[in-house]
Each structure stands twice: as C-alpha cells, then as structure tokens.
Design a protein around this ligand. Structure first.
Ligand code: SOE
Length: 393
C-alpha cells in the first residue's frame, strides 16, 4: 500500500530553513516515518533568493505570500522558521487554516503571545510542536531515560549553560539576533531558551528566578545586507544594540532543586557550547553538545573503589533514534537532532498522539524567559506563572 504523504509549506529559508530542509530529506530517506513528508512549498519575501533556496534544498514550488501558502488545500503541515517577531502571525494564520504547525524556538516574543498560540492550537485540534532540537540528541534523550528510571534519584542541582563567541568583535554588525524588535532578546531567547526547555523537561517546573543581564558592546555597525545565520557584512553608520549579550541566573524548582543558567555570546572559545550537569542523591549526569554523542554518568551505587564519571557513547542501536543510523561508534551530528524532531512530529500526526514539546511546553519556556527579564530589570526574585494545561512534556 502506498505510504500516505504530508505536504509541507515552510516559511523562511535561512539558517533554520536550511536545517529543516535537510531534515525533511533525511527523514524521508533514512527514518521512513509512517507518512512521507513532501517538500511542497517554500515561502519568503525575496523571489530570487527564495527560488535559489527552493532549487538548492529541493522544494517543489515557491510563494511570497504566507497567507496564500497556509490556505492552500494540499498543505498539511506549516513549518515556521522565520525571525521570532513573525512566529505569532504566521502560526495563528496556519492554525486558522487547520494545519499542523511546527515552529522554531522560542515559540513567541513573550508569554502573552505564546499562550494565545497554545490556546488557539488546542482549540484547532491540530498537532503543534516547538523545535527544541537538543531534546532529540540521543545522549540527551538517554539522560531523560536514565532520570525517569530513577538512576540519579532525587535531584538537588541543575547547572546549565549555552556559550558562543561569535559577536565578541565590536565590528560585527547589527544582525536581526541583536535587534529587540525582531528577536525579542539576545542570548536569552536564542540560547537560554534551549537550556530552560531542557531543565523543564529533565528536572521539572521552575517556580522562581533571579537573573542579571549585560550588553557588553552597546553600538555596532549597521548590517549591509541580510545574510542569515551567524555571519554578516557591515554597512554604513552605527546602531544601538537593544538586546542582552549575556545572562546569568539562579532558579528554584517546584520539586525543591536549585539551579543555575548561563547564556553568552562572549565566551571566547565556545562555538556552540550547550552543556548541563544534574546532581541527584544516587548520582549525576553531564552533557556537552560539543561532544554531543557522549553522556557522562556518575553512579553513587558503584563500589567505592570503582566510582567515577563514566562516558557513555550514545551510539548503540538501543540508544534513542540510533536505529536509523550507523553501527556503534559511528557518531552523528547537529543536523540529526532536527531530523529526529521532525520524525517525531510526523509520527505524532500519523498516530494522532500529542506532539512533544508542544506549544504549552513552548509557553512554559516563554514564562521563564519573561520572569528572568523582569528579575534582571527589578533586581528581585520573580515567580514563574503556572502554565495550564501543563500537557505532560
Ligand atoms: C544561534 O545562536 C543559533 O543558531 C541558535 O539560534 C540555534 O537555536 C542554535 O541551535 C545554534 O545557534
């Protein structure tokens, strides 16, 4: 019997658009989901660049009006990879058209918008998911499995950071990630959002936060033209940096654990350094994305003379997602997290089961992001509102 197909319209085609395009191609050919994703329609505002991307990545057609795109009858999934300021309007239009929606992180510019998107998605009765791609690294999914099995017991500490160093040079121009009106925040919404999502998933809900933010370089050259990703060419004149370059925070979890977060784009030597450590009464887990196939595990129940952090190379077929790939030790990469995330979304559509992390999980991240901004502005501990329905993530 011919496999059913899910026609995709993707809005945006820069860095995340490239990563999602690669994932759709890999999912279809390597993971064989119950329905085949078809790269039907690529949507953007600049026809020439849009057509070039569609040709290069393998999209069948292009459309410059996202309203028309999301209303096309043949489209089943709308994938949103635009800048953060456009997520809400595109997602709401796609939900109104009854489409399943896959949206890049952070879901929204603030909690109010995120809740509107989650409530609308719930009412529309479609599948909705935020691409917190690092959950889908096998070593991170293994950490979740070990925690759920009780291997580290009661959790005392979360220690998470996400460190990059691409804008230390003050001559690096004002890209959209440095403009509050387009990105919402700087390292906070771009990087901290990932670590906050992982903490909520691996440890539990966060009840209150205390954060401090800093912008080290206040003025930068204006950007010559939009290039996307993490590179850019300087243009004429200078402009104000309106977002944080770094954020450090303390948090308290509902379950009594306490934790720290750090996100920075000024951590020289760290290129994409997302890492976390979790300490429990039976042991600890440690992950560093720059060694993404490894999970370090300390077991307090090992015999005393044999205790120590052991490195699990999460590349066995019994480890999450690895069945689709290579023999043990043949490591995988950044792009595979996107492939596994999109595979999961497609499976949830076909099986009619709740996707995860869904828009409610996305709203929980926006709730923590907003509380940390308020804490930094007021220099006070700030409570995090409870987000319901708290769909099990
Ligand atoms: C830039 O900081 C960025 O592309 C983030 O936006 C992504 O979410 C992260 O996966 C890699 O770095």
């Amino acid at each position: 019997m011919a496999k059913s197909k899910l026609n995709v319209a993707m809005i945006g085609y820069k860095f995340m658009g490239k990563a999602h395009s690669n994932a759709y191609r890999q999912v279809a050919r390597m993971m064989h989901p119950a329905a085949e994703p078809v790269m039907k329609l690529l949507v953007g505002r600049t026809p020439d660049a849009l057509q070039a991307a569609a040709t290069e990545y393998g999209w069948e057609k292009i459309e410059t009006d996202y309203h028309k795109a999301v209303r096309r009858k043949e489209i089943n999934i709308v994938d949103v990879t635009t800048t953060n300021d456009v997520h809400k309007e595109v997602v709401l239009a796609a939900l109104k058209a009854g489409k399943h929606v896959f949206c890049e992180k952070p879901l929204a510019m603030n909690l109010k918008d995120a809740l509107k998107m989650a409530e609308t998605a719930e009412a529309a009765g479609v599948k909705h998911m935020v691409n917190f791609n690092y959950r889908f690294c096998p070593a991170v999914a293994l950490a979740k499995q070990l925690i759920d099995e009780g291997r580290i017991g009661r959790i005392f500490h979360w220690r998470g950071s996400y460190l990059q160093d691409w804008i230390i040079d003050p001559s690096f121009p004002l890209v959209w990630r440095l403009d509050k009106n387009v990105a919402g925040s700087g390292s906070h919404g771009d990087l901290n959002a990932h670590t906050i999502d992982l903490a909520l998933w691996l440890v539990g809900d966060i009840s209150e936060v205390n954060a401090t933010m800093e912008t080290f370089v206040k003025q930068r050259p204006k950007q010559a033209q939009t290039t996307g990703g993490l590179t850019a060419a300087a243009g004429e004149g200078m402009g104000e940096v309106t977002v944080d370059d770094a954020v450090i925070s303390l948090v308290r979890f509902d379950n009594g654990a306490i934790g720290t977060f750090e996100a920075s784009r000024f951590a020289a030597g760290h290129k994409n350094g997302l890492s976390f450590e979790i300490n429990g009464d039976k042991g600890s887990l440690r992950f560093d994305f720059e060694r993404m196939n490894e999970l370090e595990y300390f077991n307090r129940e090992d015999p005393a003379h044999a205790q120590g952090f052991r490195t699990i190379l999460a590349t066995e077929s019994i480890h999450p997602y690895l069945q689709a790939w290579w023999p043990p030790g043949h490591v995988i990469g950044y792009e595979h997290g996107f492939t596994h995330s999109i595979y999961s979304f497609i499976e949830h559509i076909v099986n009619d089961t709740p996707a995860s992390p869904d828009f409610w999980a996305g709203a929980k991240v926006n709730a923590v992001l907003d509380a940390m901004v308020k804490s930094s502005d007021t220099r006070k501990w700030i409570g995090v509102p409870v987000i319901a329905p708290a769909v099990p993530v």
